[in-house]
Design a protein around this ligand. Structure first.
Ligand SMILES: N[C@@H](CCC(=O)N[C@@H](CS)C(=O)NCC(=O)O)C(=O)O
Length: 248
């Protein structure tokens, strides 16, 4: 099987979702690693919203992590990453949507963006008042909701599924800026997420992520190659960043 191409950064929670699915299913892949802002003109055609991840499978080009994960689950059904039973399957999709929309907004755009992306990509200072407000007001509402959904042990729907993977992907990215779930206040969520992050797909990716997270974006590709990560020969990246399509 020719490796699929994943376009996007190893450090993105949405890209991680796709990579975890590929790893769990044992589907061969290569990664064109770059933050979305560095995409060239060809990237704008590949990803009309200039967002990552993109999956390229021959002449099929897909954007949006949920669309891609569903495609992968249909492409190689075992192990299933959405529950088979339709009510659980619908709930898993909801938890995935909650993670992508709400956790993306709170943890990535109103927190991680101001601590990591603005300085590293744009050379700008982040809004510290906003990150403080996010931590004290918004993050607890996210964690309260997850606590109401968290399983006391194991995974949300017995086997590992997108209901576990999607939220864990966001906590992994904010762990880069030292965010940790307060296990005294949200014990079930802390346990659920640490069990999910301890699974082998997450662990394998963590070794790669740890090797690049503290080095400048422009040096990360070379570091990945040195590490033996499955980096594509071709890239949709260029050297200077540009603003995205959707204002954030
Ligand atoms: N709903 C999309 C969201 C993807 C997304 O927002 N990706 C971020 C990277 S973490 C991105 O490309 N942002 C660039 C932008 O919004 O301009 C998905 O699930 O793939």
């Amino acid at each position: 099987m020719k490796p699929l191409l994943v376009v996007g950064s190893y450090l993105s929670p949405y890209v991680r979702k796709v990579l975890v699915c590929l790893e769990a299913k044992g589907i061969p892949y290569e990664v064109d690693h770059f933050a979305p802002f560095f995409g060239d003109d060809r990237f704008s055609r590949l990803s009309p919203l200039r967002r990552i991840p993109v999956l390229v499978d021959g002449d099929l080009e897909l954007t949006d992590s949920s669309v891609i994960c569903e495609y992968l689950d249909e492409l190689k059904p075992e192990p299933a990453l959405y529950p088979r039973e339709i009510r659980s399957r619908a709930r898993a999709r909801w938890l995935e949507e909650f993670a992508d929309t709400r956790m993306g907004d709170v943890l990535i755009w109103r927190y991680f963006n101001h601590i990591a992306i603005k300085p590293a990509v744009w050379g700008e200072k982040g809004d510290r008042a906003l990150t403080e407000k996010t931590l004290t007001e918004e993050v607890p509402t996210v964690l309260d909701y997850l606590e109401s959904e968290a399983p006391a042990d194991g995974f949300k729907f017995s086997a590992l599924s997108l209901a576990d993977i999607a939220p864990a992907c966001f906590f992994r990215t904010v762990a880069f800026v030292r965010f940790q779930i307060d296990s005294a206040r949200w014990p079930k969520t802390a346990g659920w997420m640490s069990r999910t992050l301890a699974t082998s797909p997450f662990q394998k990716l963590a070794r790669i992520e740890d090797a690049i997270v503290r080095i400048p974006p422009r040096e990360q590709r070379a570091a990945l190659i040195a590490l033996g990560a499955p980096v594509s020969n071709e890239t949709y990246a260029t050297t200077s960043p540009r603003r995205g399509v959707i204002p954030i």
